[in-house]
Design a protein around this ligand. Structure first.
Ligand SMILES: [Zn+2]
Length: 122
């Protein structure tokens, strides 16, 4: 098992957890496009990396809720927010793009952490 810490002794990685949102005084997650009380569903911990260039360029594993692509989604949310946008479509210029209404809508926060080998994930 590996341990995640915010010190600089380990391998630099990106970790995704469900985005924390305060709604009417309670902590909620956005799961498949719906606000769910954080007490009713487990958080997730997705580790990606190692970070060898810029951390926002690290490819991320698929959405744990539907298998879609998790991409940047920062408008009106805190920096680091990512959202499931489903499978890529081909835009008019031939580059891959995502439909804003695609995917299941689960939201995550991305953060750089340091993975210590031999510890326990926390
Ligand atoms: Zn999804």
């Amino acid at each position: 098992m590996n341990r995640i810490e915010n010190n600089r002794d380990g391998l630099r990685t990106v970790i995704l957890r469900r985005l924390d949102l305060q709604v009417d005084g309670t902590l909620q997650y956005v799961v498949r496009g719906e606000y769910i009380d954080a007490d009713d569903i487990a958080d997730t911990e997705i580790i990606a990396g190692p970070v060898v260039t810029t951390w926002w360029d690290v490819p991320l594993p698929p959405c744990p809720d539907c298998g879609g692509d998790i991409i940047w989604y920062e408008a009106s949310y805190v920096p680091g927010t990512r959202k499931c946008m489903g499978a890529a479509i081909t835009a008019h210029d031939g580059m891959p793009a995502h439909n804003p209404d695609g995917g299941c809508g689960s939201m995550f926060s991305a953060e750089v952490c340091y993975m210590i080998e031999g510890g326990e994930t926390k």
